[in-house]
Write a protein that binds this ligand. Sequence first.
Ligand SMILES: Cc1ncc(COP(=O)(O)O)c(C=O)c1O
Length: 416
Amino acid sequence: MDLFEKIAANRGPLGTHSAYAHGYFAFPKLEGEIKPRMIFRGKEVLTWSLNNYLGLANHPEVRRADAEAAAEFGMALPMGARMMSGNSNLHEQLENELADFVAKPDCMLLNFGYQGVVSIIDAMVGRHDVIVYDAESHACIIDGVRLHAGKRFVYVHNDMAGLEKQLERAQRIIDETGGGILVITEGVFGMSGNQGDLRGVLKLKEKFQFRLFVDDAHGFGTMGATGAGTGEEQGVQDGIDLYFSTFAKSMASIGAFVAGPENVIEYLRYNMRSQIFAKSLPMPLVVGGLKRLELLRTKPELKDNLWTIVRALQSGLREKGFNLGTTSSPVTPVMLAGQIGDAVQITFDLRENYGIFCSIVVYPVVPKDVIMLRLIPTAVHTLDDVEQTIKAFEIVQDKLAKGLYSKTEAPVWLTE
Ligand SMILES: Cc1ncc(COP(=O)(O)O)c(C=O)c1O
């Protein structure tokens, strides 16, 4: 079969919906400055879907640092991969400062979080080694595991008895192969908002020998007394062998890092294919990263503001009877009982009639009869924003319970 014909017949699980979803449910354009109120299709909306946790995206000092670095260095410098011709003192300075902040001996910058995680996993394990990972892991972990030539075992999300069973199986295999075990989980899970049970995982080190790799994309900057992440929050930062976070969330930028023991980071520098064979992070992103980290470290009010909004939003929704699942982080999922058709109508109603823009998650990410509205509070939201949102959610919940959405015609543009 011709590959292009095959693609025309099967657009993929998400692409199947592109004809009506594009520009509204998928690839929407939020315009204007990054802040809670932005423009969607010409109208102002209150936005709850940006991972700009600390509000750094538009912080005046950040904007100035980014602009000045772009003017001074341009977007190209340094040219080439870090290993070949793309290293700089500023890259190394940011690595040192990140390592200090997350209390690890060494750190390595990554161009992107997704590719970084895939490549870290690829570099860490060979065919004699075994990976054991949480079932709700982010796609980048899943894809890293897919590259692995050896055995892999998955455990039910945060089920420590399940993890122990899988470690027993892993142990039997490495007894034969002479390999090692890598356990992978997340600090904060981005959909449910619950934390990986890092303490529980580490307790199993008493019985098994393994190394723990934690993707803390949503925990860095938001969790722990200093914002150093979920390990700090749970008092087990020392036990995390390899700590990863992206710059795409609290740092409001692009790039990522991995931190751990000097010899392991040195090994990764010389063995991570996504970094060795890719151009170095441009200087403005590095200088901008230094400024963001400085603010994250020196302005605890950013995290305090975030948590004021998180607490108001989560307790306000819970008081009104909404089910927020098991979140223990800023990520705020609101679970409603309904079908995909209802979800389409709710999204439309919230955006067009109540000016609320949030992400909607449906099957297969959540069970078939569940609709998840996912809210990401930030340090720059206000308590008025919270109040407006809770009011709108109550109205929407009421309409859903009365079955009004299933009786509503699809918006005209959906059927055009
Ligand atoms: C848990 C997790 N890991 C990794 C990534 C990928 O990071 P990046 O956007 O830097 O590629 C994301 C999303 O951004 C994420 O949520």
